[in-house]
Write a protein that binds this ligand. Structure first.
Ligand code: SAM
Length: 186
């Protein structure tokens, strides 16, 4: 059984630019993708949005995993600290270089990775501080898609087989209908 717990490198996702009135759903989806596709942490930067955090907690409670979550952390400082003391900073942007050109280097570095994803306009700061500005194709799309593809390339498809400890709900793959195992109280 695969689990992100056993991966040598840790991947954290830093969500910047979240606007509570517009982005609740998409930021929650960023966090869901982070968890489901093997990231170890999700940080909602510069703002507190308990609704988003509660949705993530609920998913962790039901579906398991040990995703670290935090909010309200200064994104500028966090990126600086990460760069100086923890590992690589990867900024996902359509203006960056092609993921295929650098993903092996990132994986083989053995370093932990902070993946920065934006909302609308991203400050120049992140382009300059990032070790890698990476494009998932050079067309505009979405932070959810960009993160999913980054993690997929990073794990080379193995993330689709990850299982999560402490899950109360586990799906049994089935060609038709829904097969679900429920453990404990919900
Ligand atoms: N104009 C914005 C910018 O400065 O990049 C794009 C905003 S887009 C709605 C929100 C986020 O999705 C971006 O900050 C980036 O993280 C991600 N994104 C969108 N398209 C991407 C692409 N082709 N490659 C990598 N990331 C992308």
């Amino acid at each position: 059984m695969y689990s992100p717990r056993y991966s040598r490198q840790r991947i954290y996702v830093l969500r910047i630019g979240h606007r509570p009135e517009r982005d609740k759903r998409i930021t929650t989806h960023v966090a869901l993708v982070a968890r489901a596709f093997g990231a170890h942490g999700f940080i909602l930067a510069d703002i507190v949005d308990d609704k988003v955090m509660d949705s993530i907690r609920k998913v962790l409670y039901n579906w398991g995993g040990s995703l670290f979550i935090a909010q309200g952390i200064d994104s500028f400082k966090y990126v600086k600290i990460w760069k100086n003391f923890k590992g690589l900073v990867v900024h996902l942007t359509m203006y960056g270089i092609n993921i295929d050109d650098v993903i092996n280097e990132i994986r083989n570095s053995g370093k932990d990775v902070l993946v920065v994803v934006g909302a609308e306009k991203v400050s120049r700061y992140f382009y300059e501080e990032a070790d890698y500005n990476i494009a998932i194709g050079n067309q505009p799309h979405s932070e959810v898609a960009a993160l999913a593809i980054f993690l997929d390339r990073y794990y080379m498809g193995k993330e689709l087989y990850f299982t999560y400890e402490g899950a109360r709900i586990v799906i049994e793959p089935s060609p038709k209908g829904k097969k679900v195992k429920i453990f404990g109280k919900r």
